[in-house]
Design a protein around this ligand. Structure first.
Ligand code: PEP
Ligand code: MG
Length: 589
């Protein structure tokens, strides 16, 4: 039976494929296709792992005196029984033989199938055996990682090349942390669905940067979808369709082809200069998460990087942060890949929904701190860790010897922070001078993402060389809506007049002060806002590389002179709906 589930649209387009259910705790399991001629060897790996775990369990059993620990011995017997159960061993083998999944992936895919069966059991005792099964699979996965995979693959992903000839796959999970999502870049998956998250949660942002359809906040999705079901993701509507009927499937295949044609058309704009109808030049920059993303930025025709989210270098490292040299190499790689175009590197922005170490959204919200978005995140954390901050600043300065680097600081709200940042930068320069390390002139910028900063623009402009408006957080903090919480996602509205007024004011103040101003939040890559931002005086937009072509198309068709006269009414609207309607009317003129 076909089922529809609504969530938050994240990334445009349509994906059709088989569901791969992954438990949130297991997203770091390697997912790649093996070559058909490796099937036997892969089944062999599975067999070896099983033998290894059996030996482990038997050894454990012999070490505990039965008289004293009868319960433990019985438990180990259950584990041994589960290990040899056909439902686990034969079915896992089937995933390898028929689907060419690598052994770790086959194992976790089958675990999800059996776990679902356990969940549906009436008998409490049997239902609780799920935990035992998970422990056995955990042992098997560990045994598999101890072996070297034949293709030398690592956690998370295979490459797009591996994917030819197989059914397209869509990842379905309850929750995926942003850093985990990152490991799926260039992976075998052609779409993503998660139960939790809002449109501008960082998981959604990373999914969007991959330019494949995704839906977040689809609440029950991971419970409703079964392993290997055919599913459709409608990334425009935020819709997930499970087991679609042949007619629906055909309709979506048609839409998929249309979208591909449109994209091909847009791609032809890649090298067209972005200038409005009335001759205003507009700078289109890229947002990147990793140095390797710079390639996509260049290919999309970006004229620089407007936001390099450096925190992704810091996450999921079990507390071990990247040192100055490691960071320097990463920043230099991005700078060199951009071949002389400016690269704006943001100082580390961890906290809120980007924890340093792997943590689920639930843990974050309920166990970490009460209000992580209002806590020690972004620049607050950097100033609290002066040594770490110094290392990062030195690494950025050193990269400036290889190309144009600009340093951007997230979540500035106080003048005192500006002063402390300047001091830290001067100290970093003095240390490099003392060590004889070269660096070039760098501009220092502030992100405007807290209402306090938007209201203090004239003061802040005296201390920073440029600003970049982070609309994702500016909306979150202006409307008091957790951007990662799907329960309030309907209230997270960029059209809210309070948000629009703050953005307009920030742009006007920066322009008056003769300082560079750009928008690097998700609004910059949303064509619905292009004309409005242009009319507010914005001439620099930073977005995911995949969004550049459609924003450029908007820019080429915009006439700023006529729009400018109309925005007063949009800003003075009573509600988000009115603001949106008024802009539509202005565009129709
Ligand atoms: C923003 O807040 O708009 C922004 C660009 O930063 P991030 O999304 O990484 O918080
Ligand atoms: Mg932000």
């Amino acid at each position: 039976m076909s089922i529809q589930v609504f969530g938050q649209p994240v990334s445009r387009g349509v994906a059709i494929g088989r569901a791969v259910l992954v438990a949130s705790s297991r997203v770091d399991v390697a997912h790649y296709f093996i070559d058909p001629d490796q099937v036997e060897a892969e089944v062999g790996r599975l067999r070896d792992a099983r033998n290894e775990v059996a030996a482990e369990l038997i050894a454990l059993k012999s070490e505990v005196p039965e008289e004293a620990h009868a319960e433990l011995v019985a438990l180990l017997d259950v584990h041994l029984m589960l290990l040899h159960d056909e439902l686990l061993s034969d079915a896992t083998k089937q995933w390898i033989v028929e689907r060419h999944y690598n052994a770790e992936w086959a194992m976790s895919a089958q675990l999800e199938v059996i776990a679902r069966q356990f969940d549906e059991m009436e008998d409490d005792y049997l239902r609780e055996r799920k935990a035992d099964l998970e422990q056995v699979v955990e042992r098997l996965l560990k045994a598999l990682t101890r072996q070297t995979a034949p293709g030398g693959h690592h956690a998370g992903s295979g490459t797009a090349r591996d994917f030819a000839g197989e059914d397209p796959l869509i990842l379905v999970a309850s929750d995926i942390a942003p850093a985990d999502m990152l490991q799926f870049k260039r992976s075998v998956f052609t779409g993503f669905v998660t139960d939790v998250g809002g449109r501008t949660s960082h998981t959604a942002i990373v999914a969007r940067s991959m330019d494949i359809p995704a839906v977040v906040g689809a609440r029950e999705a991971s419970r409703i979808v079964r392993q290997d079901d055919w599913i459709i993701i409608d990334g425009d509507a935020g819709l997930l369709i499970v087991n679609p009927s042949p007619i629906v499937l055909e309709e979506y295949r048609f839409r998929q082809r249309q979208i591909e044609l449109e994209r091909a058309k847009l791609n032809r704009l890649r090298h067209t200069p972005s200038v409005t109808l009335d001759g205003q030049a507009v700078e289109l920059l890229a947002n990147i998460e990793l140095p390797s993303d710079a390639q996509a930025a260049i290919e999309a025709g970006a004229v620089g990087v407007g936001l390099f989210r450096s925190e992704f270098l810091f996450m999921n490292r079990d507390g071990e942060l990247p040192d100055e040299n490691e960071q320097f190499e990463a920043y230099r790689a991005a700078v060199q890949a951009m071949g002389g175009l400016p690269v704006t590197i943001r100082t580390v922005d961890v906290g809120a929904d980007k924890p340093l170490d792997r943590m689920s959204a639930h843990e974050l919200r309920h166990e970490h701190t009460l209000n992580p978005a209002l806590g020690l995140r972004a620049i607050r954390w950097s100033l609290a860790e002066p040594e770490m901050f110094g290392e990062q600043l030195r690494a950025m300065l050193r990269a400036s010897a290889y190309g144009k680097v600009r340093i951007l600081v997230p979540m500035v709200a106080h003048l005192a922070e500006a002063q402390q940042i300047r001091l830290a930068l001067e100290r970093a320069k003095a240390q490099l001078d003392a060590a004889g390390q070269p660096y070039a002139q760098v501009e220092l910028g502030a992100m405007i993402e807290v209402p306090a900063a938007a209201l203090m623009m004239p003061t802040l402009m005296r201390h920073f060389d440029f600003v970049s408006i982070g609309t994702n957080d500016l909306i979150q903090y202006t409307l008091a809506i957790d951007r990662a919480d799907e329960a309030v996602a309907h209230l997270y509205d960029p059209w809210h007049p309070a948000v629009l007024q703050l953005i307009e004011r920030a742009i006007a103040n920066a322009n008056e002060a003769g300082r560079g101003v750009s928008v690097c939040g998700e609004m910059a890559g949303d064509p619905a806002f292009t004309e409005l931002l242009l009319a507010m005086g914005l001439r620099s937009f930073s977005m995911h590389p995949a969004q550049i072509a459609s924003i450029k198309q908007r820019v080429l068709r915009a006439d700023v002179r006529t729009l400018r006269a109309q925005i007063g009414a949009v800003l003075a609207a009573d509600s988000p709906q009115d603001a949106c309607a008024l802009l539509m009317k202005a565009r129709a003129h």
